[in-house]
Design a protein around this ligand. Structure first.
Ligand SMILES: C[S@@+](CC[C@H](N)C(=O)[O-])C[C@H]1O[C@@H](n2cnc3c(N)ncnc32)[C@H](O)[C@@H]1O
Length: 319
């Protein structure tokens, strides 16, 4: 193939990426992978799903092409990746976050308009998929993250914007008395998730962390993936509030997507900024340097960071 064709291929990969993504999201919406734990023909799948046979066959072939299914003599079944992550009830199931991505897809379609207005284009949102999606993602790393944070000396903790409570559960398993703060509609889901995990001794506080009291007397405040939905002004306000809520020598630990100083890499974090541009009035990804600067402005000391691939933990102490 000519050199120019190879160069153009790079571009095609970028603009054509949406096709594989759409095929996967639609398959997840129809729960195709739940139906292919046992091998089936396209006709059998279409009968189960009540879908058009031609459409089903074309979708299943594309899913096979992108590596999510296997096809043998016109019979399809899940490939290992789908089997592990896309079948309901599996320990590392990711179907909820895919359903959340499906809502985001609709919002991302408004990016042209956002470029003019600078305002969010948040037409679609399914709160349950969003919060359970957070659980899907956090289950992949909660044990490691809590180990990295270290809970020595922490008797009480606040999981601020704790979502489904995945990190709360992990902290509580280490004997920490955890309070989870979030909006009422999220707390409802968190109670269900933590209850199913057998957590009985957890406190739940409902409110808006920008406007409401978050309690006090905490040795540790964990703020995981909440800053990116806030503006710089809101973050400094929130840091001051956290400092007041901490005990002396208490720690605020932040988890965010890692973003380099020039804000272009890792690519996933630069793209996540676009997500926050589309979905919030003032949010984006932030670099550790920005977060550390604001922590010091809020009166914290000893601000430091730990980078783990595309994730960063930033922590600071109230002395
Ligand atoms: C991206 S999720 C992160 C959930 C969890 N901390 C985690 O890392 O898996 C953000 C959470 O913050 C909550 N949240 C966002 N803004 C909030 C606000 N102003 N007040 C209270 N909760 C808020 C959302 O309801 C959601 O549960």
């Amino acid at each position: 193939m000519s050199a120019i064709m190879n160069e153009a291929r790079e571009l095609m990969k970028l603009w054509g990426g949406f096709r594989a993504s759409r095929v996967l999201l639609t398959a997840n919406n129809y729960r195709v992978f739940d139906h292919l734990t046992k091998a089936k023909s396209a006709k059998a799948v279409s009968q189960k799903l009540k879908t058009d046979i031609r459409a089903t066959e074309i979708l299943l072939d594309a899913l096979t092409g992108i590596g999510l299914l296997k096809k043998h003599k016109n019979i399809y079944s899940n490939a290992p990746l789908a089997s592990k992550f896309l079948v309901s009830g599996k320990p590392y199931y990711q179907g909820d976050i895919l359903r959340h991505a499906d809502a985001l897809w609709q919002n991302w379609s408004g990016l042209d308009e956002v470029m003019k207005t600078g305002k969010p284009y948040r037409k679609a949102h399914d709160h349950k998929s969003f919060i359970l999606g957070m659980h899907n993602l956090a289950l992949l790393k909660a044990k490691d993250i809590i180990k990295q944070i270290g809970l020595k000396g922490a008797k009480t903790a606040l999981d601020l914007g704790g979502g489904p409570g995945t990190y709360s559960i992990e902290m509580a398993r280490h004997g920490v008395k955890v309070s989870l703060f979030d909006r009422p509609e999220t707390i409802e889901i968190a109670m269900d998730v933590t209850g199913k995990a057998g957590m009985k001794n957890m406190d739940f506080i409902t409110g808006d962390f920008l406007y409401d009291d978050v309690g006090k007397g905490y040795d540790l405040i964990f703020a995981s993936q909440i800053l990116h939905s806030c503006s710089e002004k809101e973050i400094i306000h929130l840091f001051k509030k956290c400092r007041k809520a901490l005990n002396k020598k208490g720690r605020l630990v932040i988890q965010e997507f890692y973003l380099e100083k020039d804000r272009t890499h890792p690519v996933s974090s630069a793209l996540f900024s676009v997500n926050m541009l589309i979905n919030t009035p003032g949010g984006r990804s932030y670099s550790p340097d920005e977060m550390k600067k604001w922590l010091l402005m809020a009166g914290f000391k000893n601000a430091e960071e730990k980078i783990m691939n595309d994730t960063v933990l930033v922590q600071a102490v109230k002395l």
